[in-house]
Ligand binder design. Structure first.
Ligand SMILES: [Zn+2]
Length: 242
C-alpha cells in the first residue's frame, strides 16, 4: 500500500494561550461558531485565521541549500494568488511560520497557533524527502494547515465508511501515530462554519488519500497533488481581497 502525505495537525501545548493568540491576531476568530454543536471538537471552537492583509514571515529552522529553500518558497507561493496575505521569506529563524525539513513527521500547527509555539521550535515540519515526488503535495497540504485549514476528509458531509479497526492498525504501524492522534486526524468531524469550508471536496489538497482497504465496501479517494478549484475558493473566502 502506498503511504503518501499523511500528516497530523499539532495541538497547541496551551489551549488558553493559543486562544489569546488567535483573538489578538484577528478578533473575528472568536465569532467563528460551529454550525453543529454535537461534535466534541465544537466545544470551545474558534477559528485560527491570520489577519487578512498581513505579512507572514517564514523562516527555516536549519541551514539548507539555497535550491531547496527556493523550492519550498515556490510551492508555498502557489497559495499566494488566492489569499490577501503576503509571504515574506527571511533569513534567521524567528519567522511567524518556522519550517523544518527532514523531520520525523509531516505536521503543522493550525494558523495562528503558530504564534503560541516557543520561538525555538518549528511550526511546520516535513518528513517527506525533497527528492520524493510527494514533497510538493505534502508541503502544499501542510501550508494549508498553516493558513488555518482543517482536513477535508473530516468534513461533516464526507461520511467516510472507515473500517476503524483496520485504519487504527494501519496508521499505528505505518505512521507511528497514537490512537488519540489517529482519532483527531481521521475520525473527528470538523464543524467549522460552512462559509469557510465550502461543500465537501474529495479533490482538495487537504484530503487524505483514502485507501479502499481501510474502508467498508468500495470507497476510496485518490491522491490529490494540487490545489483544487474549491481550495482556491475557500481560502479566498477566508482571506478576501481588501
Ligand atoms: Zn494534514
Amino acid at each position: 500500500m502506498p503511504t503518501h502525505h499523511f500528516c497530523k495537525i499539532t495541538c497547541p501545548h496551551n489551549e488558553q494561550h493559543a486562544y489569546s493568540c488567535a483573538i489578538n491576531e484577528n478578533p473575528l476568530n472568536a465569532l467563528c461558531q460551529p454550525t453543529n454543536s454535537r461534535s466534541k471538537r465544537a466545544v470551545g471552537f474558534y477559528s485560527k485565521f491570520w489577519s487578512p492583509g498581513r505579512t507572514i514571515t517564514i523562516t527555516f529552522t536549519q541551514a539548507l541549500p539555497e535550491a531547496i529553500k527556493a523550492r519550498v518558497e515556490q510551492v508555498i507561493r502557489m497559495w499566494e494568488p488566492y489569499v490577501n496575505l503576503k509571504f515574506e521569506f527571511e533569513d534567521g529563524d524567528h519567522g511567524d511560520i518556522r519550517i523544518a525539513l527532514n523531520a520525523k513527521f509531516n505536521e503543522s500547527v493550525m494558523g495562528t497557533d503558530a504564534l503560541s509555539v516557543p520561538s525555538y521550535e518549528p511550526t511546520l515540519s516535513i518528513a517527506t524527502p525533497h527528492t520524493s515526488e510527494d514533497f510538493n503535495p505534502t508541503l502544499l497540504h501542510e501550508f494549508g494547515h498553516a493558513l488555518g485549514l482543517s482536513h477535508e476528509h473530516q468534513h461533516p458531509s464526507a461520511n467516510i465508511p472507515w473500517d476503524k479497526e483496520k485504519a487504527f492498525r494501519y496508521f499505528q504501524e505505518t505512521q507511528g501515530w497514537t490512537l488519540e492522534e489517529i482519532t483527531y486526524n481521521l475520525f473527528d468531524i470538523d464543524n467549522s462554519p460552512d462559509i469557510y469550508r465550502g461543500s465537501y471536496d474529495p479533490h482538495s489538497i487537504m484530503h487524505y488519500e483514502i485507501l479502499n482497504d481501510l474502508t467498508i465496501g468500495d470507497w476510496t479517494v485518490g491522491y490529490n497533488t494540487e490545489l483544487s478549484e474549491q481550495d482556491k475558493i475557500s481560502i479566498s473566502n477566508i482571506y478576501p481581497p481588501a
